[in-house]
Design a protein around this ligand. Structure first.
Ligand code: AGP
Length: 614
């Protein structure tokens, strides 16, 4: 998804546009751009990377102008690049447009335009749209709003667009179908945004365009809203925005953490979109392809990270060794950087970091590079230091993660690592095509299964109320779900301040079982996979010592349910993919307990979202 901002009025548009884009970066940030109306011309500034990069480019130039449109992009058609960044200008140089959505029949329109002499400079469907509107305007010799209406009636797909003609910059035309678009009504000024955050401090009066509607905005004039198909006037309702800036950014949730927990189906989907291709039975990851030989010939993979990202590396250790048969070692960045590790030039290092700024992980990367290893990065922030420091990489597309407790970034990291394990297994010829395709097909439906797990939120909230006053908690898991036990314990301790530990379930008898009594909640991750029968025994061992058991089980479970005090179900899936589902109830449990304890869930004490110091 992308973010759109527009302004027409008597202020300088540029600061409004850039600040608005920064608030919309949660919608995507692989490139951004602004188009300013200056002395009858269009001044364009476009740049790959975060909005800040484009802002710096523009501030070196002329940023005057009281009409402007702007865009922050999450690439669909065409790689992140300066050329593919919006806004896009028509061949005549008269029209400029920003767009959020997908034009499905853009190829047919592009061929029609090319047959009529139009040329294209980007790979985007958006450049086709702005030229198609130009084409209609030329054919019909009509005003912009009529050309937009006729053009959109022939477009198939989803869009929220903002367009103006350099010869009449005081008039901005917008239209919506399938992607959000909000109009802010100021005094002698109008604002446009994908949501209301870009203009909230200027006006609380907003109109949410409905699907199939378009509008023509001028600074002073009344808003002219019409139906695209019939050109019939629409009398739209003006909303008085109640929410403050932060609550709009929270999408109506009480905390960013809960918003981000619920964004996980989308984050996982966006992370594998364009990479996981079940119909073709393949995975395409450019960073991996570029270094396929290094991975193919790797003697060992060293994964280095911190905190939750270290847990995703632990999950990956099981998957890489299972599917790619490559020895994997997982290292805390902080430990790896200070001991004198043996790193050989045939080693491949994978560094995992949501922020891409964690000092310990960054130091580990630099040390590995000096030793001659190839370093592959998995980050959530394009253009971050770690993303720039590594030889290659693969971004997670979780969108900005604001809550200090990492949730959607974790499941997105596991998604990338799962695809890498599958692809490397295929490259190294380590497992059968049928097994590969079964995993690939199942991964493609995981977002739907995450949505199903999220339906258990009321049950988790009830359970949380029973254990919110606990002083300790024990998390147990086996195999690929042992790291999930660690992750669940970290979530609980970092936002509720309850002491919690994660252990391999089998390790309990080597010490931790001494902790079990009626005051100890024990969370057992026990999906019907792998070592299930042994987990059934572990639950019974806890119950024999009066511990309270909260079990995460596969729906339809018949054995653990007989002993556990509470069960939270996940849908059936393949063992390798269970971490993407079993972690969800543990995220919800930590969230509700922290809220019930009156903790600041998004900003827990003593913590920061990105630990850029040693
Ligand atoms: C996780 O919930 C914590 N916020 C913390 O452990 C975090 O995962 C760690 O600091 C690593 O951050 P990074 O992924 O940005 O490198």
């Amino acid at each position: 998804m992308c973010g759109i901002v527009g302004y027409v009025g008597d202020r300088n548009a540029f600061p409004i546009l850039v600040n608005g884009l920064k608030r919309l970066e949660y919608r995507g940030y692989d490139s951004s751009g602004v188009a300013l109306a200056q002395n009858g011309e269009i001044t364009l500034y476009k740049k790959q990377g975060m909005v800040k990069a484009m802002e710096e480019l523009a501030l070196a130039g002329d940023t005057s102008g009281s009409t402007g449109i702007a865009h922050t992009r999450w690439a669909t058609h065409g790689q992140p690049s300066d050329e593919n960044a919006h806004p896009h200008v028509s061949n005549s140089g008269n029209l400029v447009l920003v767009h959020n959505g997908i034009i499905e029949n853009y190829q047919a329109l592009k061929e029609l335009l090319q047959d009529n002499g139009f040329e294209f400079h980007s790979e985007t469907d958006t450049e086709v749209l702005v030229n198609f509107i130009q084409y209609i305007q030329d054919q019909e010799d009509c005003k912009l709003k009529k050309a937009v209406r006729i053009a959109l009636a022939q477009v198939i797909g989803a869009y929220a667009i903002c367009i103006y003609d350099k010869n009449k910059p005081e008039e901005v035309v917008v239209a919506k179908l399938g992607s959000p678009l909000v109009i802010g009504l100021g005094v002698n000024e109008k604002f446009i945004g994908s949501d209301a955050t870009p203009f909230l401090e200027y006006t609380k009066d907003a109109i949410y365009l409905e699907d199939g509607e378009m509008a023509t905005l001028t600074a002073e004039g009344e808003l002219d809203i019409r139906l695209i198909q019939s050109d019939k006037a629409v009398n739209a309702q003006v909303h008085k925005l109640q929410m403050d800036l932060e609550s709009i950014e929270k999408g109506g949730y009480d905390y960013f953490m809960m918003k981000e927990i619920y964004e996980q189906p989308r984050a996982i989907y966006d992370t594998f979109r364009g990479r996981l291709l079940p119909e073709q039975g393949m995975i395409k990851m450019s960073g991996l392809e570029e270094y396929a030989d290094r991975f193919r010939n790797a003697d060992r993979i060293i994964m280095t990270a911190c905190g939750t990202s270290w847990h995703s590396a632990l999950v990956a250790e099981y998957l890489f060794e299972e599917f790619a048969r490559i020895p994997v070692e997982v290292e805390y960045g902080s430990e790896f950087r200070y001991r004198n590790p043996i790193i050989r030039k045939n080693d491949v290092v994978i560094a995992i970091s949501q922020s891409g700024e964690t000092a310990d992980t960054l130091a580990a990367i630099k040390m590995a590079k000096e030793a001659g290893a190839m370093v592959f990065g998995i980050c959530n922030v394009p253009g971050s230091t770690i993303a720039r420091e590594t030889h290659a990489g693969a971004y997670t597309h979780a969108g900005p993660e604001i809550g200090v407790a990492s949730t959607k970034a974790f499941t997105s990291q596991v998604t990338v690592l799962t695809m890498m394990a599958l692809e490397l297994g295929k490259i190294r010829g380590e497992f059968s095509t049928s097994q590969y395709r079964a995993l690939l097909n199942e991964l493609s439906v995981i977002p739907k299964k995450v949505e199903k797990v999220l339906e258990s939120k009321e049950l988790v909230e009830e359970i949380s109320a029973l254990y919110k006053d606990a002083n300790n908690a024990l998390y147990l898991g086996r195999g690929v779900n042992f790291p999930i036990a660690l992750e669940g314990a970290l979530k609980l301790k970092e936002i509720s301040y309850i002491h919690a530990e994660g252990y391999p379930a089998a390790e309990m008898k080597h010490g931790p079982i001494a902790l079990i009594d009626e005051n100890m909640p024990v969370i057992v991750v026990a999906p019907n996979a792998g070592h299930y029968e042994k987990l059934v025994s572990n639950v019974q061992e806890v119950k024999a010592r009066h511990g309270k058991v909260i079990a995460v089980v596969t729906e339809g479970d018949t054995e653990v349910v007989q002993s556990a005090d509470h069960v939270i179900e996940i849908p059936e899936t393949l063992e390798a993919l269970t971490p993407l589902l079993t972690v969800i109830p543990l995220q919800l449990l930590s969230y509700y307990i922290a809220v019930m304890r009156g903790c600041d869930v998004d900003r827990p004490r003593n913590l920061a979202k990105s630990v850029t110091v040693e």
